[in-house]
Design a protein around this ligand. Structure first.
Ligand code: G6P
Ligand code: MG
Length: 209
């Protein structure tokens, strides 16, 4: 194993909770049901694909312009929550594990569908930490398509067989598998049929590499 490619939201930081809060506000506004199960289906998928999942519960259809406006408003709420983040939002467990992996000589990258990736890394004080950042700004298809991880591997100049993908989303585990990567799954990703290594804690990664 030469490299570890990390999903961001729900793996490196708890921004998945902010996604939930922001979508909940939009859901209440347009009166569609929203719960944890729906939120879990949005993990790893793009902003627009997440909105489509939300709108499955709507009793009318929405025009493309309305959808654009809703997605933009959701992102405004989400971005305001991100503005409050600081390096103290990086847990000791994640920070120490990343440092130890780096000490062991592994290449470390981000593979996230989020277009807010660079902003979040900046808030956490991680702007210059990773060897490669592949995110929602350099892909055309979001997870479960493997594109974001394949681009990360390309940036690191390694093959999928040489990297481990760390994920909290079912779509992320599917993407890793489709790209030929081994995966480590946290939370609901730990119980996906295609996951290579179910993890109870982020720091358990140190036992795998
Ligand atoms: C990550 C999250 C998803 C989110 C997507 C797009 O993959 O897990 O829940 O929809 O990023 O995020 P963005 O910040 O671009 O709206
Ligand atoms: Mg995630």
């Amino acid at each position: 194993m030469k490299a570890v490619i990390f999903d961001l939201d729900g793996v490196i930081c708890f921004t998945d909770r902010y996604h939930y809060k922001a979508w909940k506000e939009i859901a209440d506004e347009i009166r569609v049901p929203f719960d944890e199960a729906t939120n879990n289906r949005m993990r790893g998928v793009s902003r627009m694909a997440s909105l489509e999942i939300l709108l499955e519960g709507a009793d009318r259809s929405f025009s493309a312009t309305e959808k654009e406006a809703l997605a933009e408003r959701k992102n405004g709420i989400y971005a305001a929550l991100l503005d409050e983040m600081s390096p103290s939002d990086l847990s000791d467990e994640v920070r120490d594990t990343l440092r130890e992996l780096r000490k062991r000589g592994l290449l470390l990258a981000i593979g996230s569908s989020s277009r807010n990736t660079k902003k979040i890394l900046g808030k956490l004080g991680l702007s210059d930490f990773f060897d490669a950042v592949s995110d929602g700004t350099n892909i055309t298809r979001s997870k479960p398509d493997p594109e974001v991880f394949l681009k990360a591997a390309e940036m690191l100049r390694i093959s999928p067989k040489e990297a481990l993908v760390v994920e909290d989303a079912a779509a992320g585990i599917e993407a890793a598998n489709a790209g030929g990567f081994a995966s480590a799954g946290l939370g609901e990703a730990a119980v996906q049929p295609l996951v290579t290594h179910p993890l109870a804690h982020f720091s358990d990664l140190l036992q795998l590499v």
